[in-house]
Design a protein around this ligand. Structure first.
Ligand code: NAD
Ligand code: UD1
Length: 335
């Protein structure tokens, strides 16, 4: 079976390509490299010992997507392509609605025209907004607080409407919590362009000396040490969740699932674990809260366990160890 992976050169997409290839799928990547580096392709090939086709193009180019789906006889799509920086989305909302929402709309049209009826979509815990209860289950009310989040929520709504009208389609909405870590080979990992927005890549760059210190955004939250609590999930576990979701779509029904570990760790928990596993000191200073941040967020991953027989197996130590190995071996990322 051949899978079209949009955004397959990115952080989560590249790790998922490794698992797809290792499980015997053929993989076609469609990526415009707006937030990734072509070097990742040879790394994926090195890890798996397998080749894959890469199309340098945009998911909004419907004709190109149709050409790929037909040329390679794709049977399903994993759709990672999108922009993901919350602050940037507030400054450039149209770019996010265009890239994320319009991109998914065109992709669906292309799939429909080619008779490809299976899609796994990268959603996010951001669609839950401020948690009304914890841990968060999939039936938690949906809302969004910024254009990035709204683009994900609108895509989910479009997919639900589309599925209602086309029940033969198999659609998986996977709501990721906080992806972190890297492949244990140290060959692929997260390579943010410019200043990292997320915690783990920022800490890793402090550890290599590329950044002087970490700013901790608030220590006055109602959490065990005052810093924000999140559900960090190893990117390889996340990739394996995609594989299981795809296999499930092949055999039965559509899915909407949380992919998280179900455990909340604070910013200071992460700093201390990273220090222990890397042997590096992470200097930090306490700053004011980031606008739009919530205190605590973690998943109830029961539904994913029950429907996919999937759980996050790699713990926080593995996440930090693997993230550090990648950063140490590639201090400047892929460049
Ligand atoms: P990433 O930026 O590393 O990967 C996205 C990839 O898509 C990049 O390679 C980029 O070049 C490509 N891309 C972007 N727009 C494109 C377009 N129009 N056409 C073709 N390619 C395009 O991001 P990631 O962390 O791997 O995230 C993958 C998906 O998961 C995104 O949709 C993101 O919103 C979602 N997600 C990520 C997180 C996270 O914390 N990383 C959390 C929840 C959801
Ligand atoms: C952020 C996004 C969210 C997105 C998620 C995954 C915002 C407001 N939210 O969430 O929409 O789905 O990433 O991509 O941007 N922190 C620091 N210093 C830093 C970086 C982070 O203290 O330099 C803290 C944050 O305040 C938070 C925790 O670390 O408490 C995790 O932050 P981050 O990695 O950005 O993830 P989220 O806040 O969950």
């Amino acid at each position: 079976m051949t899978i079209l992976v949009t955004g397959g050169a990115g952080y989560i997409g590249s790790h998922t390509c490794v698992e797809l290839l290792s499980a015997g799928f053929e993989v076609i990547i469609l990526d415009n490299f707006v937030n990734s580096h072509p070097e990742v392709i040879s790394r994926i090939e090195k890890i798996t010992g397998k080749g894959l086709a890469v199309i340098n193009g945009d998911v909004r180019d419907q004709a190109l997507v149709e050409e790929c789906l037909k040329k390679y006889s794709c049977t399903a799509v994993m759709h990672f392509a999108g922009l993901k920086a919350v602050g940037d989305s507030v400054k450039n909302p149209l770019a996010y609605y265009d890239n994320n929402f319009v991109g998914t709309h065109r992709l669906l049209l292309a799939m429909q025209n080619c008779g490809v009826e299976k899609i796994v979509f990268s959603s996010s815990a951001t669609v839950y907004g401020e948690p009304q209860y914890l841990p968060i289950t999939e039936d938690h009310p949906l809302t969004a607080t910024n254009p990035y989040g709204r683009s994900k929520l609108f895509i989910e709504e479009m997919l639900r409407d589309f599925h209602h009208a086309n029940p033969s389609w198999k659609i998986a909405l996977l709501r990721y919590f906080n992806p972190a870590g890297a492949h244990e080979s140290g060959l692929i990992g997260e390579d943010p362009m410019g200043l990292p927005n997320n915690l783990m890549p920022y800490i890793a760059q402090v550890a290599t000396g590329r950044r002087e210190y970490l700013s901790i955004w608030g220590n006055d939250y109602a959490t065990h040490d005052g810093t924000g609590v999140r559900d960090y999930i190893h990117v390889v576990d996340l990739a394996l969740g995609h594989l299981k979701a795809l296999q499930q779509l092949n055999s039965s029904k559509s899915l909407c699932l949380n992919l998280g570990a179900g455990i909340g760790y604070s910013v200071l928990d992460i700093v201390h674990t990273f220090e222990k596993t890397s042997g590096k000191k992470i200097p930090y200073q306490i700053d004011k809260r980031r606008f739009g941040d919530i205190a605590v967020c973690y998943a109830d991953p029961t539904l994913a366990r029950e429907s996919l027989d999937w759980v996050a197996r790699r713990d926080l130590v593995a996440i930090c160890k693997d993230h550090w190995r990648w950063q140490k071996q590639n201090p400047e990322g892929y460049a």
